[in-house]
Design a protein around this ligand. Structure first.
Ligand SMILES: [Zn+2]
Length: 272
């Protein structure tokens, strides 16, 4: 599965401060709507929370590769509690799906390709009108089948694997019901089924679409902030060096080889 040209020792703190910062932004977004309960504030909070849920899934991905800590319990507990479980994703189910992708990238056994073949939206050419219409659709229910498919593909490998996401989400729901804070549930799960998928899709376009390998892209600060968080724009380096944590990936980049996101999208728009 692994490409291990470079190995960088996992460290908890570089991962943890990123996760805590994402959670802080989420909490501030919840507070903003609590303080100013207006539909526009709700929509802005929903958008921000979705981008941070996506960022947490990227950090969960590091945990899937055991790149948070060499202590397996600490690694898996942090990846689950702060990364994947709040999104309803079981860690081992995610690992099975994701390691299959690493082993088979670009081949018929690549589960990401299986996903892409099931859904016509990934077909080239990439047209800005097509992508814009998908982004709009995401906010009126269009993202639901995609998120459902991710849930199916990352389903738990054993009963034990269900416990973390199940207990965490059930407790969260019950506490919100008890305190009648429906708006918290609406923001959290509403974001998973709308803005989370919207930014997830934008990232996926930059990874393997239109190539059997991995694109080498650079990104602007706002692209990193919105849909390429935690050095996920270094996806090429990740595939080449799966033993390097996300916080160290940018140091492996050869700027001679990279292409900016806008140029990649232009290239994909010409591909037939
Ligand atoms: Zn990976």
């Amino acid at each position: 599965m692994s490409s291990v040209k470079v190995v960088i020792k996992p460290k908890v703190w570089p991962w943890l401060w990123r996760a805590l910062l994402d959670w802080l932004v989420i909490l501030v977004s919840f507070y903003a709507f609590y303080r100013y309960p207006h539909p526009i504030v709700f929509i802005i909070s929903l958008l921000i929370i979705g981008t941070r849920q996506h960022a947490l899934s990227i950090l969960g991905h590091d945990g899937g590769h055991r790149l948070i800590s060499r202590n397996r319990f600490i690694n898996d507990a942090l990846a689950g509690v702060l990364g994947l479980w709040p999104l309803g994703t079981p860690l081992d189910g995610y690992r099975r799906f994701h390691f299959m992708h690493h082993r088979n990238v670009g081949t018929p056994d690549d589960p990401e390709l299986i996903h892409k073949k099931l859904i016509p939206q990934w077909k080239l050419p990439f047209r800005s009108l097509k992508v814009t219409s998908h982004l709009i659709m995401d906010f009126i229910g269009g993202a639901v089948p995609h998120v459902g498919l991710i849930i199916y593909l990352t389903q738990p490998v054993a009963f034990r694997d269900t416990l973390g996401p199940l207990i965490m989400n059930l407790s969260f729901i019950l506490v919100c019901i008890y305190f009648e804070t429906w708006w918290i549930l609406a923001l959290w799960y509403g974001a998973i089924f709308t803005s989370f998928w919207a930014v997830f899709r934008m990232r996926v376009w930059t990874e393997h679409v239109g190539t059997e390998a991995t694109h080498i892209i650079s990104a602007t600060w706002w692209q990193k902030l919105i849909f390429l968080p935690h050095n996920t724009w270094c996806h090429h380096e990740h595939h080449e060096n799966t033993a390097v944590p996300c916080w160290a990936l940018a140091s492996l980049r050869d700027p001679q080889k990279e292409m900016d996101v806008a140029s990649l999208f232009r290239k994909l728009s010409q591909k037939h």
